[in-house]
Design a protein. Structure first.
Ligand SMILES: Cc1cc2nc3c(=O)[nH]c(=O)nc-3n(C[C@H](O)[C@H](O)[C@H](O)COP(=O)(O)OP(=O)(O)OC[C@H]3O[C@@H](n4cnc5c(N)ncnc54)[C@H](O)[C@@H]3O)c2cc1C
Length: 311
């Protein structure tokens, strides 16, 4: 079976691994320059900063066994057991940043990065479908898994003549604006390396040096969805973010500051099934909009998508 997977985030890569291990011929394509999607890590000078997902937790057996494998191989480790109070539940991080988990998953898979899917249409050869790339080339497939945020997935399927039979097309996403800073000295955040629901502006502040990802002081600030929406196009965005961040960094001076905008950060509603398939099981929709807007949900949705094709 020839499968094309659109999206090399957590869900797409997990699906690709499961299908490849089952003997399918899998190609993953992603418009980004590297794999990982919202599990993203950026270098700023000597600083290393996670700027999408910050950490993850484990609740389900399927994800538990994956995380146990990652722990054994040193791909992930425990950051803490809670930020304000120790609640006993581990918060895990990628040992070399959250993106390194995606890179590990992508090992030995056929992944084409900087490759943007333009549309999915009926195949002209022996395969049922073809994924048309924005450069006009096609990737034929017996089955296609789409893992982009829902509005992008729906847009890719306009030529495929698919009836979704539900309101999935209306799925909306919250935005997140991130401020990434490297500093001249360490900061002392009140929590164990991170602050959740920090203040009116920030929903999360994470110390990448405390996390063990960065060898120099580097902090990630994530603005709340409402704040992000209201300030998305501000000309003075970076100044506003810097002044909101000032009380948290105390005496430290910012060496470098960058802004990262996530237009589709978090789905506002989550669909109850772990993935969605056409009646003939040749088009599968997956991603964190199905099994929960977190790393674990994306993982479990990717696995469900692979199982949907394998029967
Ligand atoms: C700011 C932020 C903070 C977060 N914090 C946490 C956290 O602390 N803990 C947690 O568990 N989760 C967190 N999350 C959520 C978590 O990152 C996501 O749930 C998960 O990574 C989603 O994976 P995915 O595979 O479903 O989608 P994505 O990672 O979005 O992957 C989809 C991929 O599809 C690609 N794509 C889209 N359109 C096309 C196209 N036309 N052609 C080719 N490729 C395309 C994209 O480039 C992307 O790589 C956070 C997310 C954000 C944005």
């Amino acid at each position: 079976m020839k499968v094309v997977i659109v999206g090399a985030g957590m869900s797409g890569l997990v699906a690709a691994r499961a299908l490849t291990e089952a003997g399918a011929e899998v190609t993953v394509i992603d418009k980004g320059r590297s794999v990982g999607g919202r599990m993203a890590t950026r270098r700023i000078g000597a600083g290393v900063l996670d700027h999408g997902a910050q950490f993850f937790t484990v609740r389900t057996p399927a994800f538990r066994s994956r995380v146990d494998d990652w722990l054994e191989r040193g791909v992930v480790r425990v950051w803490n057991h809670g930020f304000e109070v120790d609640d006993g539940y581990p918060r895990y991080v990628g040992t070399a940043g959250m993106n390194s988990i995606a890179k590990d998953l992508a090992t030995e898979l056929r992944v084409e990065t900087s490759t943007m899917a333009f549309t999915v249409r009926a195949g002209s050869g022996t395969e049922r479908w073809e994924v048309v790339i924005d450069d006009g080339t096609v990737r034929p497939a017996d089955a296609v898994i789409l893992t982009c945020p829902m509005p992008q997935t729906i847009a890719l399927l306009v030529d495929a003549g698919i009836d979704f039979g539900g309101p999935m097309e209306l799925t909306e996403y919250d935005r997140t604006i991130g401020l990434l800073v490297t500093l001249d000295r360490d900061v002392e955040l009140p929590g164990a390396g991170g602050v959740q629901e920090a203040d009116d502006v920030f929903s999360f502040i994470g110390d990448n040096a405390h996390k063990g990802v960065s060898s120099v002081p580097s902090v990630t600030f994530h603005a709340r969805p409402t704040w992000s929406e209201e300030h998305w196009d501000d000309d003075t965005l970076i100044e506003s973010l810097r002044s909101a961040a000032a009380p948290w960094i105390g005496e430290a001076s910012i060496i470098d500051a960058q802004v990262k905008k996530w237009r589709m950060a978090t789905p506002r509603e989550v669909w109850p099934d772990p993935c969605w398939t056409t009646e003939d099981d040749t088009i599968v929709l997956a991603g964190d909009v199905f099994a929960g807007p977190k790393v674990e949900g994306a993982h479990n949705s990717g696995l469900a998508a692979a199982h949907a094709l394998l029967g």
